[in-house]
Design a protein around this ligand. Structure first.
Ligand code: MRU
Length: 369
């Protein structure tokens, strides 16, 4: 995506020093665009854990580069041991997005059985770069497949403004480029479809308000921020034509883990006969889980609910309390939307019904691994 006239990915190796991986510190957006260098696997772990980077695809890409940094900084004689330690450190960063464990496994597999430390380092870097490149390519392909669905709906509507609702941020910032839920929106816009996006604020971290709105603004896509509770009402008023969200983990049977609140949007969409699409690259499928209820849901600090952060008028980031100090809060980061409420999954290989047989047929090479 272009920011201030320059094309950026959300993560990239320093062109002069492969021991430095650059990220954008997403905690500061939309107020400040700051690039932060990662030098070690500990830095990569902290970046994921503290949500400087977030979103399934980008968490995976950061984990891949984190493994590369572990290989770069390890002594030759200890490199295998250090990679194993790095793998468990990274896996502990956040539990729900399956891309994390998938990326770690992929770099470990690439480095396995190589004879020298130099070969291991080279393989780890190549694997991490491939993960990042594929993530960007897959999102671009999701855009092309998803665009057709938007086109059809726009035609059905007699080419009147197409209103798309999205939840959280499954955009450029959640991946390496393009985004999953946003890619079809950008592709449809490029095709000349007149569209407008309703953006759920996505309490409590406000990924929608802070990140998706900022991204859509960079891309000049018309959009309006709404409260998390407004979507059902807008659907009843006929103001939503389709919903597209991303996913942090989708079972091979089509149950979708995504940011908390997604399930309620899917219920409201079903009640109003509105198509509900989930856009995801294949790295987000969990081939081992049969049921969404088995997905571990991240429990986050209650302080994200009882306090709120923002920019003061004189340009300082400030956090203030919005509840009494004694108020207890429970903060589940994700929820599960059962496959029966999902109209279809938009993947890099095409649009597929959320059913095991169909998913397996499209990804026959992956579902047995
Ligand atoms: O907690 P986050 O910000 O890492 O959550 C991820 C998300 O933004 C969403 O759940 C998103 O819709 C799917 S990630 C591609």
């Amino acid at each position: 995506m272009n920011v201030h006239g320059t094309h950026y990915r959300t993560i990239w190796p320093d062109p002069h020093d492969p021991g430095i991986i650059n990220i954008i510190d997403q905690r500061l957006l939309p107020h400040r665009f700051e690039i932060k260098p990662l030098h070690s696997v500990e830095d990569a772990h902290r970046a994921i854990r503290e949500m400087m980077v977030r979103g399934a695809g980008l968490i995976g890409a950061t984990a891949g580069y984190g493994m590369h940094l572990a290989a770069m900084t390890a002594d030759d004689g200890q490199i295998r041991e250090k990679l194993a330690e790095a793998a468990s450190l990274l896996r502990s960063a956040r539990p729900t997005a399956v891309n994390l464990a998938w990326a770690v496994r992929r770099v470990l597999a690439a480095a396995e059985e190589l004879p020298t430390a130099a070969a291991i380092r080279q393989a780890a870097f190549a694997a991490a770069s491939r993960i990042a490149d594929e993530d960007a390519q897959f999102c671009q392909a999701i855009g092309q497949h998803g665009k057709q669905l938007l086109l059809e709906r726009w035609e059905q509507k007699g080419r009147k403004t197409l209103n798309v609702l999205t939840h959280c941020n499954a955009g450029w910032l959640a991946f390496v480029d393009y985004g999953s839920a946003t890619a079809p929106i950008y592709a449809a816009r490029d095709e000349g479809i007149d569209l407008h996006v309703w953006v759920d604020e996505t309490r409590p971290w406000n990924q929608g308000a802070r990140l998706t709105c900022w991204e859509l603004e960079q891309e000049k896509v018309p959009h309006t921020l709404i409260t998390d509770n407004a979507g059902g009402h807008l659907m009843q008023q006929g103001l939503v034509d389709l919903v597209i969200v991303g996913s942090d983990r989708t079972t091979h049977t089509g149950d979708v883990a995504n940011k908390i609140g997604t399930y309620l949007k899917a219920l409201a969409a079903r009640d109003n006969d509105i198509p509900f699409y989930v856009a995801l690259p294949s790295s987000t499928f969990d081939w081992n889980l049969d049921n969404g209820s088995e997905i571990q849901i991240e429990q986050r600090s209650g302080e994200e609910i009882t306090k709120i952060s923002g920019l003061t008028e004189d340009g300082r980031m400030e956090t203030i309390a919005i509840t009494a100090a004694s108020t207890r809060a429970r903060n589940d980061g994700f929820d599960i939307t059962p496959a029966r409420l999902v109209t279809a999954l938009i993947t890099e290989r095409g649009v597929v019904p959320p059913r095991a047989e169909a998913i397996h047929m499209l990804f026959a090479d992956q579902c047995s691994s």
